[in-house]
Design a protein around this ligand. Structure first.
Ligand code: MN
Length: 289
């Protein structure tokens, strides 16, 4: 099932080219509440059986405004270098030293939830304050935590995954003279576009799950779940032994090779046979008035 957040933060199910609103089926949810998706994830076992029989009128998908399919989440986690070929390209380009560690050693980092933006929103590069710096796309598979999750082993970890989506982990690259903290470089507003929807885990085949990333029609990256150095179950095990993950938390699983710059005027597209398509215009933040 494909779940969206749309218009006044309503939650809905995508059926073909239509959206079936389900906000009224979700305990605690109401139009305008930015945590409706959180309410939905927390109540999913009760809501799910009531969706098929509900007769709410649908709207054409193209007629609604999609937001990132998240609620007021507490944690936005992300795996650093989690594909072998991406480590090599970062070494070749001088961004990390030879022998650099992967996510297997590094674990995870956090992006600020304030960086999240919707699946059709413009990505705003902060060129007003970061003149001449390089901004990169990283097109990634992401997953959503479904249940409270503390100290869970990899064996049972996938039972705690609610569903899957795509995310662009937009990044300000460091320079030899100036390397800000990773959290800051990856947390500018609009640097975490997520969407277009969350596909529930029962409808995703992990063995063949891929996300392709292109810029201006040119294929740059293909993320494949089966090529992750630290797989999704192990990412959950490691993070859940640090702090309790909560329903609705989102985890970006890492970028494959092919990372490259984006500039105002570009179109960044993330596309997946299983997860949909997200078209992101690249723009720039205007100088302060
Ligand atoms: Mn990344």
């Amino acid at each position: 099932m494909r779940l969206v957040v749309f218009d006044d933060y309503e939650v809905g199910v995508v059926r073909g080219d239509a959206v079936q609103p389900i906000t009224h089926l979700v305990p605690g949810a109401s139009p305008g509440d930015q945590d409706n998706f959180g309410h939905l994830v927390r109540a999913w076992d009760d809501v799910r059986p009531r969706i098929d029989d509900d007769a709410a009128p649908t709207s054409p998908l193209g007629s609604v405004q999609l937001h990132a399919p998240v609620g007021r989440l507490r944690h936005l986690l992300a795996a650093p270098v989690n594909y072998a070929a991406h480590i090599e390209e970062m070494i070749e380009q001088g961004f990390v030293d030879a022998g650099a560690h992967s996510a297997e050693v590094l674990g995870f980092f956090l992006k600020a939830p304030g960086a999240i933006s919707g699946p059709a929103d413009e990505v705003l590069l902060p060129l007003d304050r970061y003149v001449g710096r390089r901004f990169d796309h990283e097109g990634e598979i992401a997953f959503v935590v479904g249940r409270p999750c503390y100290r869970v082993s990899a064996d049972e970890a996938l039972d705690y995954v609610f569903g899957y989506t795509m995310a662009a982990d937009i990044t300000l690259r460091g320079t030899p003279q100036r390397t800000e903290e990773r959290v800051m470089r990856k947390s500018f507003a609009t640097f975490a576009p997520i969407g277009p929807w969350v596909t529930t885990a029962d409808d995703v085949e992990l063995a063949t799950l891929e996300v392709q990333t292109s810029v201006n029609g040119e294929l740059r990256q293909t993320a494949r779940a089966r090529e992750l150095i630290v797989g999704i179950a192990e990412l959950v095990e490691v993070a859940s032994h640090v702090f309790p993950l909560e329903p609705g938390d989102v985890y970006l699983t890492g970028s494959p090779e092919g990372v490259g710059p984006v500039a105002p005027g570009d179109e960044l597209v993330l596309s997946s046979g299983q997860l949909g398509t997200m078209r992101l215009p690249i723009g720039e933040r205007k100088a302060e008035p």
